[in-house]
Design a protein. Sequence first.
Length: 97
Amino acid sequence: MVIEELQPAQQVEGVVLDPSGAPIPDMTVTDLSEQWVAILRSVTTDSKGHFRFARQRGKVVYYLRFDHPAFNPLALRLKVDGNAPRRAITARPEIGG
């Protein structure tokens, strides 16, 4: 699933939750180049479902993909905006796999 709408946040970070609202640990979050072409870096969510990437100088839009064996892949674009109402994003992939 790809979320087309840009997701605004103040930082390149967030929490990944299952459909019931519980955190998803050990989900791979990948930062990709524009148009989802190449893998730039990856992190794994912690026990509370949190992830974080350091911001890259001059980069405003981040292409993020969320992968876990028990969930359907999810992709979204995060837009870093210092005036965004939220510090981080919340991703909610669907159960599948």
